[in-house]
Design a protein around this ligand. Structure first.
Ligand SMILES: [Zn+2]
Length: 61
């Protein structure tokens, strides 16, 4: 698991930062994703990371 997950999940209060679905209703932990992808110059800073549920993550592609 991403070591920064705990920090991001705490900040997001364990809810998806896009659709605000609570992590609790899913049977697996949310994923930490980059708002600006690393390949496009995004950093690994918490400011560039968001807790995302699977559907938001997939939608974003
Ligand atoms: Zn979501």
């Amino acid at each position: 698991m991403n070591p920064i997950y705990a920090l991001i999940a705490e900040r997001a209060k364990h809810a998806c930062e896009y659709c605000h679905a609570p992590e609790l209703v899913f049977n697996f932990p949310f994923e930490v994703e980059h708002i600006t992808p690393v390949c496009r110059g995004g950093s690994n800073d918490p400011q560039n990371l968001a807790l995302s549920c699977r559907s938001c993550n997939l939608r974003k592609g």
